[in-house]
Design a protein around this ligand. Structure first.
Ligand code: URA
Ligand code: ZN
Length: 377
């Protein structure tokens, strides 16, 4: 029961030192450059406003991660490499770097302090696959095997491009099969955004790509996985969606209706589209109680499409987990608490219709269960 009260952050990133030094050696995005007074800036996309964002040790230093956790009473973080992962590398380099970064992340986690009062570490991780055009299936499968054997790595983070043709690419079938078989959690996270041609010419900084482009990228990638029947072929696949699944929960009934009117797709799928929403996992990085309540309603409703009677909001909350997106969006002064922590915790506390037990699950219990950490408590 004590485990139910832990606060677990499942959406928190690191640019491991080995990766950061590669970014420093580059002269095009993604890169880290040094300004005249020694300050570093991270440019992850060519068209980013103000030449990228200022970065410091909170992006790579483990002590900073632990201090951030302590400041916000986060007991455990399941840390993932941040975007754009290995996307810019040729296949051989990507395979070697994935292997090295997976080992680095295992060391980063396995030597972290234990959580007071139990055998858990404070840090666990999501490993990487060399998902780049031209990589061999053998290298991808080797990476899945490597991650599954590293005891503190509990999943794999991936972008939406796969090996160049998206995640519904037939060439990735053996990879999905291996991920399902391994029991690793696949964490789907955006990087490129979509719809840049819609952003107009006003000085809106990074607001439109981050608030809309990112979540729509996740929405489209997940929808393509649904449409390709991936969840029918790999029903035990555990896919976690960044930013609460973007627009997918809101659009899922429209998606179901469009499928119904398209016999080619409808005949391909075993279930109504809304069924698949209930097979997914969602972070709680949505910043508002109404949005979280809505996502849990959509998850609960999915039970109806598996022949179960409709369940309540608390039932739906079981697939939702607290996250912060640290170290992005830092506060303006070092003494401030991070807005992404405060707002996302407040949102969980304020969801109408979630029982106290459901809220404790979203704060930590659900993650412990998903990542197989309950038995370690
Ligand atoms: N959050 C991320 O994970 N990546 C970004 O680039 C910005 C916010
Ligand atoms: Zn993120």
């Amino acid at each position: 029961m004590a485990s139910r009260r832990l606060l677990v952050d499942i959406h928190t990133h690191v640019y491991l030192p080995r990766y950061a030094s590669i970014l420093r050696s580059r002269d095009s995005a993604p890169r880290i450059s040094t300004g005249k007074s020694g300050e570093e800036r991270l440019l992850i996309l060519d068209n980013e406003p103000s030449g990228g964002r200022p970065v410091g040790p909170q992006y790579w230093d483990r002590e900073e991660k632990l201090q951030f956790m302590s400041k916000h009473s986060i007991d455990i973080s399941v840390v993932s490499s941040a975007n754009p992962w290995l996307d810019f590398l040729p296949p051989r380099d990507a395979s070697i770097l994935a292997q090295n970064l997976n080992e680095d992340l295992e060391a980063y986690c396995s030597t972290s302090p234990t959580v007071a009062g139990c055998a858990l570490r404070q840090l666990y991780g999501f490993g990487l696959l060399p998902l780049v055009p031209g990589v061999t299936t053998t290298d991808l499968l080797k990476a899945v095997e490597q991650v599954s054997k590293l005891p503190h790595l509990k999943g794999i983070i991936m972008g939406t491009r796969g090996i160049g043709r998206g995640l519904d690419d037939d060439a990735l079938e053996p990879v999905w099969a291996a991920i399902e078989q391994s029991g690793l959690v696949a964490f789907l996270h955006p990087h490129y955004g979509v719809g840049t041609e819609q952003w107009g010419e006003k000085p809106n900084g990074h607001v439109l790509p981050l608030s809309l482009g990112f979540p729509f990228e996740t929405t489209i990638a997940t929808t393509r996985l649904i449409l390709s029947g991936t969840f029918d072929r790999y029903p035990a696949l555990r896919l976690l969606l960044a930013h609460s699944g973007g627009a997918l929960p809101q659009l899922s009934s429209r998606l179901a209706s469009c499928i119904d009117h398209d016999p080619v797709v409808a005949l391909r799928l075993k279930h109504d589209a809304r069924h698949y929403l209930g097979k997914l996992y969602f972070d709680a990085v949505a910043y508002g109680p109404e949005e979280l309540g809505f996502v849990s309603d959509v998850i609960a409703r999915a039970a109806k499409y598996t022949g179960l009677s409709e369940r309540d909001r608390s039932f739906g909350s079981k697939r939702i987990m607290f996250g912060t997106d640290h170290p992005f969006f830092p506060p303006l002064t070092t003494t401030d608490k991070w807005q992404s922590v405060v707002e996302n915790l407040d949102a969980i506390a304020d969801v109408r219709g979630w029982s106290d037990e459901a809220k404790a699950g979203v704060r930590g219990g659900n993650a412990l269960e998903l990542f197989g950490l309950l038995q370690t408590v």
